[in-house]
Design a protein around this ligand. Structure first.
Ligand code: CP
Length: 335
């Protein structure tokens, strides 16, 4: 990707300025192409060890009301690599450090933070929280995961990784495994896979099936969707296996979690008959759904996938704040 990107036009770039990133369906194929190309440009810039100043003087507010390692730290690294600065709230419902603990509403909190920052990245356990934030803020809001809703920036980096590893998505068969009911990453990803013309195979415990409204919407769009419990057979013809964690935190009944948590384990035996060249992705963190022995399989790309999040999030921050210096020769660049 880094050596293989096309420069979008200034007009294409400017369409992102001031826009929120809330959910996957908001993006067209043309917009995805722009994001992929700008991400690849930033990947190349970092590989060349360039010091970037695209977001110098700008502030990103990083508001995480639910645990995160990759999303928060890659967004914060992205902002710092672009020459900007970061202010952070990192808390959980049981460890609150902001005035949320005093009963401040999302609307009021965001209205205030919007006065400090040029872009706001937010993760919340509440589905729809980013939409509420977007109504309160004048600056761009980026959804970093809202409960069991959407995780669009994860899906964008997933697409970037597949493009990087396979060269194309057109016609690929992608098997999605695990928690397809509450898994916000797959809820966002399937929209993009549909845009790129992929065929989908869904494998999950019965209790965690993909919501019917999503599978119906995919089929209505002409996407071939197969639901099966025969993972081994699915892997024999799949180009991509996308594994998700069974999320203990989404269950109200611990007994149901215990029943389904080990339903599918991807181990060396399970992938022994997989299609040649199949890649394995996982948004991480993993618990035990991919055994550590699989890490040495050459198609295991989940750690590279996490690294790719940095480039994609640099692209999103720079695009939404109108900061992609490369495409703005009329702006003074520093350094
Ligand atoms: N993939 C992902 O969202 O990871 P974190 O929860 O660590 O941010």
């Amino acid at each position: 990707m880094a050596n293989n990107w096309e420069k979008p036009s200034l007009e294409q770039i400017e369409k992102f300025e001031g826009k929120d990133v809330l959910s996957a369906p908001q993006f067209s194929k043309a917009e995805l192409d722009v994001i992929m190309n700008v991400a690849a440009y930033y990947e190349q810039a970092l590989l060349e060890k360039r010091i970037l100043k695209d977001m110098e003087g700008k502030v990103m507010a990083s508001l995480f009301y639910e645990p995160s390692t990759r999303t928060r730290l890659s967004f914060e690294t992205a902002m710092l690599r672009l020459g900007g600065t970061v202010i952070t709230v990192a808390e959980s419902p049981t460890n609150q450090t902001s005035s949320t603990a005093k009963g401040e509403t999302m609307h009021d909190g965001i209205t205030v933070i919007d006065g400090y920052a040029d872009v706001i990245v937010i993760r919340s356990p509440q589905k729809g929280a980013a939409d509420v934030a977007a109504q309160a803020a004048k600056h761009p809001i980026i959804n970093a995961g809202d409960g069991a809703g959407q995780h669009p920036t994860q899906a964008l980096l997933d697409i970037y990784t597949i493009l990087k590893e396979k060269g194309t998505l057109q016609g690929l068969k992608v098997t999605l495994l695990g928690d397809l009911k509450f898994g916000r990453t797959v809820h966002s990803l399937v929209d993009f896979l549909a845009i790129y013309g992929c065929e989908l195979v869904l494998v999950s415990p019965e209790e965690l099936k993909m919501p019917e409204e999503i599978t119906k919407s995919l089929r209505d769009r002409g996407v071939k969707v197969e639901e099966t419990s025969d993972l081994k057979k699915a892997l024999s013809t799949s180009d991509v296996l996308y594994v998700t964690r069974i999320q203990r935190e989404r269950f109200t009944d611990p007994a149901v979690y215990e029943k389904v948590k080990d339903a599918f384990i991807v181990d060396e035996e399970m992938i022994s008959g997989c299609k040649k060249g199949m890649i394995i992705l996982h948004p991480l963190p993993r618990v035990n759904e991919i055994s550590v022995g699989v890490d040495k399989y050459e198609g295991a790309k989940y750690f590279e996938q996490a690294y790719n999040g940095l480039y994609v999030r640099m692209a999103l921050l720079a695009l939404t704040t109108g900061s992609v210096v490369l495409f703005r020769p009329h702006r003074k660049t520093v350094g």
